[in-house]
Ligand binder design. Structure first.
Ligand SMILES: [Zn+2]
Length: 289
């Protein structure tokens, strides 16, 4: 195969490998159910494949695993400038569950249908791993060396809480990320169609999360009697309904101001902070982001 590839167009090789690698990863069921009783060894199998593809072009990494079967692979490509900071490029090998009865194709077949590669993980995010590994191999074949160190991290357990993946690595093995000042992950923003073409946004902030436990007390009742409006269940459900109905305000902060400024020029939309909630619907699918 090597002699064939040597005379092939390098871009054709890059394309072929990106699809082949993504497909091979999809065929490994690395479902993260969040329950250790049902999580298999798919994440390690994915990381083993990636390790092999990178080793073929001379890149070896370190394997770190908190839980058997949930391996994490970190590869550092040394840059030419020791004074430069490092760039982290990270991707996760796990996927969310797929109910095959709801799919037109086998979610773990990784087959090309209608010119597109279908399967669980095809967009989140085995596709990025396939493209990244193919790109790194292509660059390696050209004798490339980056100026700054590039740290590639392929991690387990992103879809639930990261305890066996990134949290474990940064807490127990922070040395793997020495010198890293920037990181590229799975998404920053969705692409936006504008008057001058398609725009690719960069994420500059994240929503937070606040978990709450609601407890209600009320008068007890009985299923045979008419509903009791002062029961704990009734109070709890009406509290939940009020949370759903609440109109959450847009954050008026520097990040949002920057988004508005750039959206104005990128898509030619007439946006102002004061009327953003009304006008954002005109931007189409990105409005819900
Ligand atoms: Zn993801």
């Amino acid at each position: 195969m090597k002699t064939v590839d040597a005379v092939m167009d390098p871009v054709a090789v890059l394309h072929r490998e990106a699809v082949e690698f993504t497909s091979a990863l999809i065929r490994i069921d690395s479902t993260n159910t969040g329950d250790t009783a049902t999580i298999g060894v798919g994440e390690s199998e994915c990381a083993e494949l990636i390790r092999g593809w990178l080793a073929e072009v001379g890149y070896t990494g370190v394997w770190r695993e908190r839980t058997p079967g949930r391996g994490n692979l970190v590869v550092r490509i040394t840059g030419s400038d020791p004074a430069a900071t490092a760039l982290l490029v990270h991707a996760h090998t796990d996927v969310v569950p797929a109910d095959a009865t709801l799919w037109r194709v086998d979610p773990f077949a990784g087959e090309v249908n209608e010119g597109e590669l279908w399967g669980r993980g095809a967009v989140d995010m085995k596709n990025m791993i396939g493209m990244l590994v193919a790109a790194i191999r292509s660059l390696a074949a050209e004798g490339w060396q980056p100026r700054r160190d590039i740290v590639l991290a392929f991690v387990a357990d992103e879809e639930v809480e990261g305890a066996d993946g990134m949290a474990f690595l940064v807490q127990q093995h922070p040395e793997l990320f020495a010198g890293v000042t920037e990181a590229i992950g799975e998404l920053g923003g969705f692409s936006i169609e504008g008057p001058a073409g398609r725009h690719y946004a960069i994420g500059i902030g994240e929503k937070g999360v606040a978990w709450a436990t609601l407890r209600a007390r009320g008068a007890t009742g009985h299923g045979s009697l008419i509903p009791n409006a002062s029961s704990a269940v009734a109070r709890l459900t009406s509290a939940l309904a009020r949370i759903v109905a609440h109109e959450w305000p847009l954050a008026d902060d520097p990040a949002m101001q920057m988004v508005i400024t750039h959206l104005r020029s990128a898509v030619g939309a007439d946006l102002e902070a004061a009327t953003l909630e009304r006008d954002i619907a005109s931007l189409g699918p990105i409005a819900r982001c």
